[in-house]
Design a protein around this ligand. Structure first.
Ligand code: BG6
Length: 496
């Protein structure tokens, strides 16, 4: 479908996310010809800028535009579509009136009609303030047009707060106009999980408890918390990565086939999956979830100081920078299959991948020739990033005498599918919102359900029912996480 004329309003436009991701993403859409002829962007935040100063900061001086793009004549044209409105606070009557008047002017000038996207790239405490302020001025239901609202993470900090927030926003915007963004859903390879599973005939028959031994998802990062210590310490790896990004990836790996590839069907199946996660509670937390914090060490990016010594982090912080967990999905497809998720900062590589390990054949008939045949792994490795692609591992005969078996790789690289750059996740997601398609956004109830799964873990940690361990920066995490695999067979796959 096509994108109707509209104005994109970014609250928090002078902040880090807007510069790093949002403005470059809108530019990519512009140069790709995806934006409508009638379009403008209004940045809003507390800093005092003129339109010109704003353009200078977020376009011409923005270090997140590479040099090639900076040289493009189109960039100058693009900058002319950008405007700025300073706000003293986000909900004062004076502010809202100023904003409204400005939007009226711009709508006339650019003939965009009364159509608005309000993107909240602000501190989370404003996530209910701004929708309410927009409602007070009628901007949530603009006459003859539409208003959509995009909310960044974190959406709440537990199930209860997520419910409260949903209720508040839903009281002024209908659910279909609320876009809860999770940038992992914008990654091509996360969407490709659905295509791999449901556009092919031969994966899906194997994709269940009869043939799958285990499923693991790894999201490793080499970076530490850098200068984000203040934010991160309030959050931790479970809230920062697992509750949102990795449970969304899990849903794509494990959900039932949707009847159609549309928002209603896909988001409905994901919700069912979240409802079938077996809760981890009380003493199970210590058995099934490992939390850890990095100590100083050497990573690919150089020496790092211990998490507790990082800027903005208290000396006695118990916030986890690593989580490894094992859990089960209680439904017909997955009964009894162990699932593993791990994520951490200061690990050896930046890599996100999903590994499906298939069961061994019932008899190891070549074992007498070579004990390798016993260990032969049938794995499907889906590389979410970097080197987007997929590899299948299986045993083949080594040429020569006897029947010696060796694991080989069949490797597919996603970049071979296109000569263009694989689109950035923010541009894909923004474009979907502009088209009014929420398929790749998280629905309110599923965000609550995902919190419902992590809440009891956080609760047990707060009561100190499970130890906090450490790992040296630059390693694959604490050895405690290896023990999660006891009695399962196999282990974490550490990519090279
Ligand atoms: C963000 C987290 O949501 O995702 C960060 O807050 C994390 O801590 C980032 O580094 C990872 O995203 P990506 O796309 O680089 O894997």
């Amino acid at each position: 479908s096509k994108v109707e004329p509209h104005i994109l309003v970014i609250f928090g436009a002078s902040g880090d996310l807007a510069q790093r991701k949002l403005i470059p993403a809108v530019y990519d859409l512009y140069r790709g010809g995806y934006l409508p002829d009638h379009f403008a962007l209004l940045g809003a935040s507390r800093t005092d800028f003129s339109d010109e100063e704003f353009r200078q900061k977020v376009v011409f001086d923005n270090e997140f535009f590479d040099e090639d793009k900076k040289a493009e004549p189109k960039l100058k044209e693009f900058a002319k579509l950008l405007f700025y409105q300073d706000l003293k606070q986000y909900d004062g009557e004076e502010d809202i009136n100023k904003l409204k008047a400005r939007l009226q002017d711009l709508s006339q000038q650019f003939q965009t009609g009364n159509r608005f996207i309000f993107y909240l790239s602000t501190p989370p405490k404003l996530y209910s303030t701004i929708p309410n302020a927009l409602a007070a001025s009628g901007l949530n239901e603009p006459e003859g047009g539409w208003a959509r609202i995009v909310i960044e993470k974190p959406f709440g900090y537990d199930e209860e707060s997520a419910k409260r927030l949903n209720k508040e926003i839903q009281s002024v915007f209908p659910e279909n106009n609320i876009y809860r963004i999770d940038h992992y859903l914008g990654k091509e390879t996360v969407q490709n999980l659905l295509v791999t599973r449901f556009a092919n005939g031969f994966f899906e028959p194997l994709w269940n408890r009869n043939y799958v031994q285990s499923v693991q998802i790894t999201a490793a990062e080499t970076v530490g918390v850098g200068s984000r210590g203040g934010y991160y310490d309030e959050s931790g790896a479970l809230r920062d990565m697992i509750q949102n990004h990795l449970l969304q990836v899990l849903a794509h790996v494990a959900m039932e086939p949707p009847i159609r590839a549309d928002a209603y069907s896909i988001r409905g199946e994901k919700m069912k999956l979240f409802q079938s996660l077996r809760p981890i509670k009380g003493e199970q937390v210590a058995e099934q979830v490992v939390r850890a914090q990095y100590t100083g060490g050497k990573t690919k990016d150089g020496e790092v100081v211990a998490y507790r010594d990082a800027e903005g982090v208290p000396d006695d912080s118990t916030t986890e920078t690593y989580v490894g967990m094992k859990f089960f999905i209680d439904n017909w497809r997955w009964a009894g299959v162990p699932f593993f998720i791990r994520t951490g900062k200061c690990l050896p590589l930046k890599v996100t991948e999903v590994v499906i390990t298939f069961k061994n054949p019932p008899q190891a008939i070549f074992a007498s020739y070579d004990d390798y045949a016993m260990k032969c792994d049938n794995q499907l490795i889906i590389r979410i990033q970097p080197d987007e692609g997929m590899a299948m591992e299986f045993g083949m005969k080594v040429p020569g005498e006897g029947f010696r078996v060796k694991n080989v790789d069949m490797d597919f690289f996603y970049r071979e599918l296109t000569t263009k750059d694989v689109p950035e996740s923010y541009s894909r997601l923004l474009l979907d919102c502009m088209k009014g398609d929420p398929t790749l956004y998280a629905r309110g109830d599923s965000v609550e359900a995902a919190w419902g799964f992590v809440d009891p873990i956080i609760e047990a940690w707060e009561k100190n029912e499970a130890p906090l361990v450490t790992y040296e920066a630059g390693t694959w995490g604490p050895e405690e996480a290896d023990r999660l695999w006891d009695n399962v067979g196999g282990g974490w796959r550490n990519p090279q």
